[in-house]
Design a binder for this molecule. Sequence first.
Ligand SMILES: *Cc1c(COP(=O)(O)O)cnc(C)c1O
Length: 666
Amino acid sequence: MKPGAFFICGTDTEVGKSLVTAGLLKSLSRAGAVAGVVKAVQTGPELHDQNIYARACPGAAAQTLLHFQCPASPHLAAAAENAVIDLGRLAEEIERAVAGQGLTLIEGSGGLCSPLTDEATFLDLMIRLGYPVVLVIKNSLGAINQALLSVSALKNSGLAVRGLIFTRVSPAQAGEGLIQADNVKTIAHRTGLSVLADLPFLPALAGGRGSPPAWAELADHLAAAALELSNDRAAESAGHSREITAFDREHLWHPYAPVVNPPQVWPVARGAGNYLILPDGRRLLDGMASWWCAIHGHGRPELAAALREQAAVLPHAMFGGLTHEPAVRLGQALLKMVPPGLDKIFYCDSGSVAVEVALKMALQYWQGRGRPNKVKFIAPLGGYHGDTLGAMSVCDPVGGMHALFKNHLPQQIFVPRPAAPFGEAFNPDSTLELERAAARHHGQCAGLILEPIVQGAGGMWMYHPDYLRAAARICREHDLLLIFDEVATGFGRTGRLFAADWAGLTPDIMCLGKALTGGTLTLAATLATRTVAEGLSRGGGVLRHGPTFMANPLACRVALASLELLSGSPWSERVAALEQELRLGLAGCAASPAVAGVRVLGAIGVVEMKQPVNQGRLQKFLVEDCGVWLRPFGRLIYTMPPFTVTRPEARRLTGAISRAVEEGWA
Ligand SMILES: *Cc1c(COP(=O)(O)O)cnc(C)c1O
């Protein structure tokens, strides 16, 4: 196991952080551990901290990544040199430094909220990287306030605090002994964190200078802390993971997996940026955006903050007879984004339920219009719409395993999968079967339901926008409602905000889910035009649906924050860049005799094999050998990463897929 890294952070500037870092480095080196230090940003004329490390521990690996001359906070010092700190680059450089050495101590600058740019603080950088933290506290009056606020900020940001180190940077004043003893006790008690060291004042090291014996004394004081840091990760995380996976194996169901003799699952401890981090510190690049959801990556502070604030105000209230601002603000934001004409919003719990609601809307619409015999749906083969009974009935009958539930599922009418690939000349014959089915069955059909442009879980198939235009015409001509299931394709995934936008269409009903909350909470929505809403309301009809957690304020609030993140980001450029990388990176796979086809659209890249993949073996290879998280199924190896993955990260994903194909792991 790799030893990994710790942040060494202070509750403020001038708390003795550099001395602690230097002392830990010396202690670790003395104990034979391979250790190094990274100073992320140094301000002031000299490499002040790096010089301290060198004095304490000559010859140890130490590097300063950014250096600005002006002795001020990083954002100001950078500005004085007409520079702006690039958070993403700095994070990458830190990761590179950590990968290149044993246990790495990463020293911050100032306190947690020390600004790196006009927008971001040091804490934001830490959140991106997700390494555990050692908090250095100056033991004097005011320490309790600063320490509790810092620990709360760290915990709220999802960072693990490994322990506390108390320092004394000046001789104790009269009566200060009592305060200092109480500080340690109170802070340890209130935070529940362990005290790794309680350092005395060491006058011989004032100003970061001192003789070798003085540094040795500091290292002695920190020996126990160093030992704990170098040991605890391995032991604690291994034991913890074993317990987690053991219970899971015995008692927890996983999606589409046997509950008796289940296949391997990997415990995940936290998410940071584009990575899922395992308890042993391994970082897996999330090539699935956790099933289409985490479009902004993991652990976004904006989303966590929205959740926290809403949780403190109103986590839930029934929606029967009540309303609230999060539901309204989210609705306003959605109506600005969705195709024009969609006007009424029904919030529900999951994509499957959004589909159930859509089907019920369509059924009740025709009842309202006095045509109660219109009860079936037309759907293309190869579709996927969820796992509840109604949704399942319109899924691909083979992929959705209709045989298992034959006597429970409503019988629907299926037409061939849209045989008009995206990006090729449109074949008008591809809609003939649909036209025929509509003409024959419209008297007993309420509508046509499909996933526009990309059929997702049913086969990752991408088809021509003209198919949708033809489908819209056919629906109009035959009195069928057009239902778009955009649970997977919504919010930019295909390169347009909604897949419907490729055809410039507004469906009668549209389902949203998955990325709606940016991967934070389960929330979905079914939107309808005014015509549909008024049709089903005729004669006083109401939609017969009302989930307990309808419009849950927490979910609505975080969805709003996610939409704001999306709108405020260059998502369209990012998705275009990703499309380019996926195309380039996967093109080579097409040459393999084992591959049936390669398809890319927006931030979706697919390699279809000729034979079903060996999921267990392949996934193990991708995790253990490539450090990426992908979830191949059936004959498909595919990726739909967060929009925030960088070009090199996209290349890691396509590289892993290419290796899997070339080396025969699939
Ligand atoms: C995932 C998905 C669903 C079901 O959503 P859940 O939240 O899993 O119930 C429905 N339709 C499409 C197109 C999907 O991709």
